[in-house]
Write a protein of this length. Sequence first.
Length: 277
Amino acid sequence: MTKKKVAGGILRYVFLITLSLFILVPVLWMVSTAFKTEAETYSPNPIWIPSTISLESFKKFFGLYNFGTMTWNSLITCIGSGLICTAFSCLAGYGVTRFKFRGKKTFMGFLLVTQMFPSVMLVVPFYSVLTKYHLTNSLLGLIIVYAATNIAFSTWMMTSYFKTIPVELDEAARVDGASSFTIFRKIILPLVIPGIAAVAIFVLINGWNEYMYSSVLISKDSLKTLTVGIVSLNTQNQVHWNDMMAASTMSCIPLIILFMCFQKYFIAGMTSGAVKS
């Protein structure tokens, strides 16, 4: 092994370790602060390991702040938008890759262009449309917004994945008399489960972490999402660091569990969609 290869390997490891520290240190500090007492949190000398484990902030999560209801609202909006995006992106991806029609390239180009605009530009249009149809202050309105903002990229993901499925499978089934819908439902759909999982996790994570739309479109306390509740702990007079870190820690748990359960499908969906057949 040459000196250049050894030096290159060392540099890669140094870079990866440094990058890992940039990611892990804030997370570890968040978890540590969640278990601290207020005195230790506001101590002039930073304390990594709490001398006394305090669960007071976690008790407030379900009690004082009613974060349980907010968590449920977030789950409803994320699952609802995930189902919509998954269903429509599957149908669109299958149609684009299996059928010839005018405007196909224009359609895909339009989807790409919609991702070039910042989300803040859509706040006022979304608010105006939802107000007209009396969908502000409703989880249904928020589900529609989440689906609308994620469906374009979801369609791109599923289109890339459908391209990896050989067209010969469709042709063989069509020779046996199967219709296009039967081919899609019984043959193609089971093969794209990793892609569906990737899209679903992508939409769920985006919806779970979203703040801007939910803060503007929802004003009722009973319908607020978890991210809005966490940010509300940063008041004008005081920042409740313990409670905020405890709530942030609790909000990470569902995403960690989701990824651990479906990481195989997620990774397969992301990598397979990037490979052209």
